[in-house]
Write a protein that binds this ligand. Structure first.
Ligand code: HEM
Length: 132
C-alpha cells in the first residue's frame, strides 16, 4: 500500500479555485475538483470553503450519510494540521460576549422579584403611615 501523503495548510491554499479545489474535512484532505459541477450545494460553497478547515461548515449543513460516503472518492491525504479543535474553542470572543450579556440579564431577572417585594412593603408602610 502506498504511504499516506501528509498535506499542509499552505499546500491546500494553492488549490482554492473553481478549476482546482481541495477541502479539509475532519483531518483529511479531499480534491473535490471533479465534484464541483455536481455538488447540490453549488460549486461556490466548495470553493469558498477550500484552503481552510471546512469540517464545521460541512457538518452544519447536516449532509446525508450518502454525502459522507462520497468523501472517500475524493480523498488525497491526511491534513498535517490534524483534526480541528472543538467548535466552542474556535470563537472565544463571541462566546465571552454572549455569556457576559446573559450573566447580566440573569442577574436582573433574579433581582426583579426582590425589588417588587421591597416596593410593595414600602407602599404598605406608607399606607399605614397615612391612616395613623
Ligand atoms: C467533499 C465534500 C462534500 C460533499 C461530498 C458534499 C455532498 C453533498 C451532497 C450529496 C448534497 C445533497 C444533500 C445530501 O445528500 O446531504 C450536498 C448538499 C449541500 N452541501 Fe455539500 N458536500 C460537500 C461539501 C460541502 C461543503 C464544504 C459545504 C459548505 C457549506 C457544503 C454545502 C452544501 C449545501 C449548502 C448543500 C445544499 C443543502 C440543501 O439544499 O438542503 N457541502 N452536499
Amino acid at each position: 500500500m502506498a504511504p499516506t501523503k501528509t498535506i499542509t495548510l499552505a499546500e491546500c491554499q494553492e488549490h482554492m479555485s473553481d478549476k482546482d479545489c481541495w477541502l479539509v474535512i475532519e483531518g483529511k484532505v479531499y480534491d473535490v475538483t471533479p465534484f464541483l459541477d455536481e455538488h447540490p450545494g453549488g460549486f461556490d460553497t466548495l470553493v469558498s470553503n477550500s484552503g481552510k478547515d471546512a469540517t464545521e461548515d460541512f457538518e452544519e449543513i447536516g449532509h446525508s450519510r450518502a454525502a459522507k460516503e462520497m468523501l472517500g472518492k475524493y480523498y488525497i491525504g491526511e491534513f498535517a494540521g490534524g483534526a480541528p479543535a472543538k467548535a466552542a474553542a474556535k470563537r472565544p470572543a463571541a462566546t465571552a460576549a454572549v455569556s457576559s450579556s446573559s450573566t447580566l440579564s440573569s442577574l436582573i431577572k433574579a433581582l426583579l422579584p426582590i425589588l417588587i417585594v421591597l416596593a410593595a412593603v414600602y407602599y404598605m408602610q406608607m399606607q399605614q403611615g397615612v391612616k395613623a
